[in-house]
Design a protein around this ligand. Structure first.
Ligand code: TRP
Length: 329
């Protein structure tokens, strides 16, 4: 039997090449080796306010992009979190075994709560819901970026605490970090990880950005005052452009050195832009095909929910039994 994996993406902001190289590309490559479940975690998105119309559109856009990058709905289940109510149900049960102190220590909570005037309870509960996403499917492996590693540790802490209070119930999920080089930084600020909330600017390259815009953003990317690529002292901006190309082309470091060493920055950028455009265009083409077929994405999501629902139901039932909650006969 194949081991089960779960991972998720929030349907807020625009999916960008950092999401692709750091997560989606990896999912596509490993989906056949596991029983794969990929979530569009809309309940996480609403921990900060989302415009309802935009959120609705983004959920379908995200699902279509999953398909466009190569997630195969015959092999993998694509699931919208809110369409499987057991995620929320289990989250409550896990909340009851989670000390508030564990949640207040989360770095993402600390960062996000600083940006808010009033801190929604959901922002604090965010990692408990994430634990529920994983534990509801008894996932053995969770492929995530390193920024989510702390949430994964907390997931294991919650699972362990539950198991020790109520008896062995949950599988301990292992973290699966992507390979080195897939951490894509912002084009305008190579010290910061590329973020979803800023694709309009020169910060991120959206998977659905028109090719002309992609070229412009890359030509304007922050570099340094050296004239040409020198692998013995790469500035963060240049390194990022090289890493992006290397990841898209699946080159080794030696291959990318051969490609870029000694190249003037202007030529480097032109070359990187062509690489990115040549990889993103086929994704956009498939995206257009997928979204031009009425009802197709909804059908994939319905099928995904239907496939995983029995797993979620049986976990909730087990948890209820363990906790002494009422389970109808
Ligand atoms: N918190 C994750 C992120 O922002 C998204 C997420 C929610 C997730 N639930 C998950 C990732 C479960 C992996 C497993 O990237």
């Amino acid at each position: 039997m194949k081991a089960r994996i779960f991972s998720g993406v929030q349907p807020s902001g625009n999916l960008h090449i950092g999401n692709y190289l750091g997560a989606l590309k990896n999912w596509v490559e490993i989906q056949g080796d596991y029983e794969s479940i990929f979530g569009i975690v809309d309940l996480h998105a609403v921990t900060v306010y989302q415009s309802p119309a935009e959120l609705r559109a983004k959920i379908l856009e995200t699902a279509a992009l999953f398909l466009a990058v190569g997630i195969d709905p015959r092999q993998s289940s694509i699931v919208v979190q809110s369409s499987v109510p057991e995620h929320s149900e289990l989250a409550w049960m896990l909340t009851c075994v989670t000390p508030v102190g564990w949640l207040e220590r989360m770095t993402q909570y600390k960062a996000k709560s600083q940006e808010q005037e009033t801190i929604g309870d959901g922002l604090l509960q965010y990692p408990v819901l994430m634990a529920a996403d994983i534990l509801i499917y008894q996932a053995a492996i969770v492929p995530v970026g390193d920024d989510q590693a702390q949430h994964l540790e907390l997931t294991r802490d919650i699972a362990q605490r539950f198991n020790s209070l109520y008896g062995e119930t949950f599988v301990m999920p292992a973290t699966h970090l992507p390979t080195v080089g897939s951490r894509v930084m912002g084009l305008d600020d190579p010290e910061k990880k590329m973020s979803k909330s800023a694709t309009g600017s020169g910060h991120a390259i959206g998977l659905l950005d028109p090719p002309e815009q992609i070229r412009k953003k890359i030509m304007r990317a922050t570099t340094d005052s050296q004239p040409q690529v020198d692998f013995d002292c790469l500035g963060a901006g240049v390194r990022n452009l090289i890493d992006i190309s290397q990841a898209f082309m699946s080159w080794t470091s030696a291959e990318s050195r051969t490609e870029f060493q000694g190249m003037r920055y202007g030529d480097l950028k032109k070359k990187v832009a062509e690489i990115v455009v040549s990889k993103v265009e086929p994704i956009q083409q498939r995206y257009r095909e997928i979204t031009s077929e009425p009802g197709y994405v909804d059908a994939v999501l319905a099928q995904g929910a239907e496939r995983v629902s029995p797993i979620a139901k049986s976990t909730v039932r087990l948890v209820k039994e363990r906790m002494g909650l009422y389970t109808a006969v």
